[in-house]
Design a protein around this ligand. Structure first.
Ligand code: GAR
Length: 536
């Protein structure tokens, strides 16, 4: 356990934050101030943290004062000293007697050392500032005079940046730097010391496990607001869309909205259009998807884009009402005519013929997005913000080829069924779990999305195939499941619906029973060995 002595002249909010976070298990052994009325003392006492006050006496030299500070701390078990707005330049007397002493300075050193850092930042008109946690080194000459060049000049442990906005004043900067930079950097530095991950030498500070890469030990993100949205998921929520201009992949965030007079995209439009575009990027053949609430109402590939759209729509035209359409080819007039036949909110495609645009511009409230060429997928990571942090993972870019499919039943799938399985899996990747998809040829027949029970998802897909699909049904179709069947009931329900073949990851302790159920119904089943959950 690392025990910290915190020294502050005023509020000591970083020290209190470190006490809240206990980085690496570190705790505050004592808080010391050079001012008897410093608010940090009351705050520390209220938390049961011992306090000490060592005010500077009239005429007292810097080194004599420090000797008394060292004495006041002598009875505490201290491994690390953290300064927080401790407005005293320290000399060798303090620093040689104490363990490593850290300071947090409100600028990106070596720029803007000393007092009034925020004013210096504003005077210099820089666009980024931040904080620096550094090791404190002696800035006092033998004769007691301060060596200005040595103030805030010790080895840097870590830094954190924040933007400077045009209308900022010094107090805006102080608050932003404190909350967004210091509250991140200071606990990090203390944690590194608590975990014995830091090596402090004259040449500088080295930190173990301070790694770069796809999952770096420090996560930094930057984005520019590209639009303030009318509202968020619901009208009482404010919202904006931020743009990552380093992204090279076709995206709805960077898309051109071609009918400029039309309403701009809403939060939900962006979310659904992103889901729709990601789905059609799966396919080389002409592909169409209709998305509602980020789930496909239907998807298909075909020899022509118009056929693909018609096949996607006929899966569940009722649910597709007011949906978002994505295409993976330049949209032609035949496809545009079909799309404008029923109300859709957004169409996303890598370009449009003039005739197609003429048709779309006449449609009420349809937003037309041109995402440009659908080149390679370059964004390999994806993330989900959580309250208090974020989850980061590799994007699910895996899809099976024929060789990945392991036949586990007595009946082998036909070539047509195998082709359907490969199609179905690529659509299923974009379905919320528990996800079940019925497909025939290269078109969806029915989907069971976002169910908390897998067998319910099967029953929903069966019901949708029977009730909502137009000109197709589950009879003789293929079922794809995004995770293994824990029990045979899902396969039983699929057999009742008329399913002839199943693709699923496999891997359940009950696989033998599930395979036996498939054999009993002469269903051909294959395992992919991979799962394709999508939970949000
Ligand atoms: N050179 C050290 C320095 O400038 N530290 C700054 O003082 C603040 C605490 O002061 P406060 O307790 O008065 O808010 C800290 O947040 C840090 O930015």
């Amino acid at each position: 356990m690392t025990h910290v002595a915190g020294l502050a002249s005023n509020r000591g909010r970083n020290l209190l934050h470190i006490d809240d976070r206990r980085p690496g298990g570190a705790d505050l052994a004592v808080v010391l101030s050079n001012h008897a009325d410093a608010p940090v003392l009351d705050a520390a006492e209220a938390r049961g943290i011992p306090t000490e006050v060592v005010e500077v006496r009239d005429g007292e030299s810097r080194r004599d004062h420090e000797r008394r500070v060292v004495d006041a701390l002598a009875d505490y078990d201290v491994d690390l000293v953290c300064l927080d707005g401790y407005m005293r330049i320290l000399s060798d007397v303090f620093l040689d007697a104490m363990p490593t002493t850290l300071n947090v300075h409100p600028s990106l050193l070596p720029s803007f050392p000393g007092a009034d850092a925020h004013e210096q930042v504003l005077d210099a008109d820089v666009a980024v500032t931040g904080c620096t946690v550094h090791v404190v080194t002696n800035a006092v000459a033998e004769d007691g005079s301060v060596r200005e060049a040595d103030i805030d000049a010790g080895p840097i442990v870590t830094q954190e940046s924040v933007p400077v906005f045009a209308d900022d004043d010094a107090s805006d900067l102080k608050e932003r730097v404190l909350h967004d930079a210091e509250f991140q950097a200071y606990p990090r530095a203390v944690r590194w010391f608590a975990e014995d991950a830091v090596d402090v030498a004259d040449e500088g500070v080295t930190v173990d496990a301070d790694e770069s890469g796809d999952l770096p030990s420090r996560y930094a993100a930057s984005a520019d607001r590209s639009d303030v949205l009318r509202y968020g998921e619901n009208p009482h929520q404010d919202a904006a869309v931020y743009r990552d201009d380093t992204c090279e992949e076709a995206s709805v965030v960077h898309a051109d909205q071609l009918n400029e007079g039309a309403k701009s995209l809403s939060y939900n439009n962006y979310n659904d259009a992103d889901a729709a575009l990601n789905l059609v990027k799966e396919f080389d053949d002409p592909a169409a998807a209709v998305i509602k609430h980020t789930n496909p109402a239907g998807a298909a590939t075909a020899d022509s884009l118009a056929d693909a759209y018609a096949d996607a729509l006929s899966t569940d035209a009722k649910s597709a009402f007011g949906g978002v359409v994505a295409l993976n080819r330049e949209c032609d007039a035949a496809t545009a005519e079909l799309v404008t036949d029923s109300f859709k909110e957004v169409i996303v495609a890598p370009g449009y013929t003039d005739d197609a645009l003429d048709a779309f511009f006449e449609a009420d409230n349809l937003r037309v997005l041109d995402v440009g060429e659908l080149d390679a997928v370059t964004e390999t990571m994806t993330e989900k913000p959580l309250v208090g942090g974020r989850l980061v993972q590799e994007r699910d870019l895996w899809a099976p080829t024929g060789e990945d499919l392991e036949v586990v039943t007595e009946r082998e799938p036909t070539d047509e069924e195998l082709e359907t399985m490969l199609f179905a899996w690529r659509v299923l990747k974009h379905v919320k779990s528990n996800g079940i998809l019925f497909a025939d040829g290269t078109e969806t027949v029915g989907l069971g999305v976002g169910q908390v029970s897998r067998v319910d998802a099967v029953e929903l897909a069966a019901k949708k195939s029977e009730r909502d699909a137009d000109g197709k049904d589950a009879d003789g179709a293929v079922m794809a499941s995004d995770a293994f069947f824990p029990f045979p009931d899902g396969v039983e329900a699929a057999a009742d619906a008329g399913i002839d073949a199943v693709v699923q990851p496999g891997g359940s302790v009950n696989d033998d029973d599930v395979i036996a159920a498939a054999d009993e119904h002469d269903i051909a089943m294959v395992f992919t060995g991979h799962r394709t959950f999508r939970h949000d």
